[in-house]
Design a protein around this ligand. Sequence first.
Ligand code: ADP
Ligand code: MG
Length: 395
Amino acid sequence: MSFSSSCILPPAMLGILGGGQLGAMFVIAAKTMGYQVTVLDPDPNAPAAQYADVHLCAAFDDAAALQTMAGCAAVTTEFENVSADSMRWLAQYTEVSPSGDCVAIAQDRQQEKDWITRAGLATVPFVVICVDSDINSNLEEFLPGILKTATLGYDGKGQIEVGTVDELRTAFTQLQKVRCVLEKKVDLRAEISVVVARLDEQQTVCFPPAENQHENGILAYSLVPARLPQPVLQQAEYMALKLAHAMDYKGVLAVEMFVVGNEMQLVVNEIAPRPHNSGHYTLDACVSDQFQQQVRLMCGLPPAATDLLQPCCMANILGDVWPAGREPDWCTVLNHATACLHLYGKKQVRPGRKMGHFTVLAEDSAQAWQMARSLHLHLQNDAQNFCSTALNISC
Ligand code: ADP
Ligand code: MG
């Protein structure tokens, strides 16, 4: 592999739309590689701002801020709900990856499923619900199902489980009658995700699939290697690469998949046009990580090697373990010789908010998962004890 002289090299200024934890980890990777970074995010306390050279504290469609971003050598994004039009506008002046068109696909579950199908891949059975009259008894085949808003859903938000046509009507009203997809609720054997790093057709790699466990619709643990038969994992990688090629994707793409039924059929659930929570394990367990890949690809550099160096389990740390605002007891995690702690520096704590994560390395992923669960349980118990004994309040 080689790279052309048109590559963007350090200390060029890179731009990123969004300054959440994904933006922060991108900035750390870029700065480590010698680049400078401008972050656009309206939140003065955006996690990425603590590392960035420049923080443009403005709305994502702010004309002056976009003008400044247009002066960066290349621009990327850390979340899909940034305006695709802003990205298309920026592409007139600078390198933008992923493209506004790819981001637009990932913003909309209906479009996303159209692309998945067009790429020759399976989705769960679904139907689009736009208006009341779309709801009728013919929908029985999708029940029990999950009604999801077509846009703006994340971490299980904007979704309602429905068992009957009547419940579906109520749920549609609850979701303000915005355009939705009704998905059949499938029998999940497992959930996996594959993070793809694609520069072009020849230069595309992916990280080993992660086995994901959710709690209350939010990712809780990612185990790598996933504990599934090798052919299933190979098929998952093949499908993720196929989708990236079909979209002519440039950058880091995460593909979430369901492993359905005893036959272990793989269906694509959704995609994210950026590094993904389930790819955080790459920071501590792989030759390169998903944020370094994002930097490389936006700069026109070939993707780096993605080999897993050691089995691991990533655990998310949610705001729930900050009892009454008190900092959790980090000792146990920090005293563990193979646990790598990452805290995002978010100022506001809320239950369910992703505040950090840690990755435990072990001999195999099941062992890593066991250790991660016990560390996590310790954080939870400590929070609980603090509430019940020290303060005698319910947190
Ligand atoms: P989000 O954008 O919130 O991540 P997802 O569509 O990925 O939304 O749904 C969140 C979680 O809900 C999934 O990871 C899975 O555990 C569960 N889920 C979603 N859709 C289905 C489905 N059709 N059948 C079974 N479980 C589902
Ligand atoms: Mg999801």
